[in-house]
Design a protein around this ligand. Structure first.
Ligand SMILES: Cc1cc2nc3c(=O)[nH]c(=O)nc-3n(C[C@H](O)[C@H](O)[C@H](O)COP(=O)(O)O)c2cc1C
Length: 317
């Protein structure tokens, strides 16, 4: 099946799915700074989506903005759960909503999530993982998986080998086990083992490396060394919102403040279509307001604001 995945440039970049972060507002901001080649949404629970009120409880997470910035880049909806019938139902709805692809979360290590049998717990139940993939494919959208290299211990041959036999469009490998959470450095040597396995089992499945990648310099080197097709950056965007820039440029304080203003504007636009709380927006302020004289005082003032208008007034001051 020809999809956007086959049209990506060599050595492409993906913004990682991040709960509470990568909604349509933040994706628009990243696009304004320097767009990656693919976006993933935050993970969205299939059981909630398929519940009677689900459309309402998950619509904030699944909103696609009309801002030109965001929609010129493919957006993949990331879903999680344990029920194939819900994946089938949700997948079809996502196709109708205009998503470009579906990614299944098989990597989240959080206890409350894995005790339901979902996400990285699926590493221990490959049969169910296979059923979920098959159900998501009923949508007609390209299906990818994001996972880790094992549960308690690395299990690349068994687990990644199994996934590579599921005819996936792409597979993102976060180079840590579930047990390691994010507490140890990513095991980059695992990437070469994965890509060799891919060459044998599934030459058309794209492999995306993930874990501690901060920018294109590091990502390009890793892709070359391990024969990866793409690199996924998550937390790197917090330390540098311009991390996807092809030719890195210096960005001064006024550029960062301008980007924060844009964030506030896009937030207001999204909130006018669907009410959103202001407080969660504050966690983003430190992305823009740091490492310049007076940054901590300015950030402190911004943390005491209650509306975007108040935040703008502080920036104007
Ligand atoms: C705040 C936050 C939220 C996250 N939410 C998700 C999520 O919804 N789905 C997912 O697959 N991974 C999630 N992750 C994991 C990231 O996608 C990524 O795999 C991890 O941060 C390692 O990449 P990095 O070192 O580039 O950040 C989250 C990570 C962070 C820091």
């Amino acid at each position: 099946m020809q999809t956007f995945w086959n049209q990506l440039p060599p050595a492409f970049y993906v913004l990682a799915p991040m709960e509470g972060v990568t909604d349509n507002v933040f994706r628009s901001v990243v696009s304004r700074a320097a767009a990656p080649d693919v976006y993933f949404t935050e993970f969205v629970n299939a059981a909630s989506f398929c519940s009677p009120k689900g459309i309402h409880s998950t619509r904030g997470r699944l909103a696609l903005s009309d801002t030109k910035d965001e929609r010129t880049t493919p957006v993949v909806a990331q879903i999680w759960g344990t029920k194939p019938e819900q994946f089938a139902q949700m997948g079809k709805a996502l196709a109708e909503m205009g998503y470009d692809g579906i990614d299944i979360n098989m990597g989240c290590p959080v206890k409350d999530v894995i005790k339901t049998g979902a996400c990285s717990a699926l590493i221990n139940t490959p049969d169910l993982a296979g059923e979920l993939i098959a159900a998501a494919k009923e949508s007609g959208l390209p299906v990818s998986v994001k996972t880790r290299i094992g549960f308690k211990e690395p299990a690349i041959e068994q687990w990644i080998g199994f996934l590579l036999q599921q005819d996936l469009a792409a597979l993102t490998v976060h180079a840590r086990t579930q047990r390691e959470m994010s507490k140890v450095p990513a095991h980059y040597e695992a990437f070469s083992v994965v890509t060799e396995l891919r060459d044998h089992l599934a030459p058309t499945t794209l492999i995306i490396g993930n874990g501690d990648i901060l920018d294109r310099t590091q990502g390009d080197a890793l892709m070359r060394e391990h024969n990866l097709d793409g690199a996924m950056i998550g937390r790197g965007v917090f330390s540098d919102p311009y991390c996807f820039e092809k030719l890195p440029q210096p960005h001064d304080r006024s550029a960062l403040i301008e980007l924060l203003r844009y964030h506030l504007d896009v937030f207001d636009l999204a909130a006018s279509e669907m009410p959103r709380k202001f407080d969660p927006l504050k966690r983003f302020f430190k992305i823009y307001i740091r490492e310049f004289d007076g940054a901590s005082e300015l950030r402190d003032k911004l943390m005491h604001t209650r509306t975007t208008a108040e935040a703008r007034a502080i920036l104007t001051e």
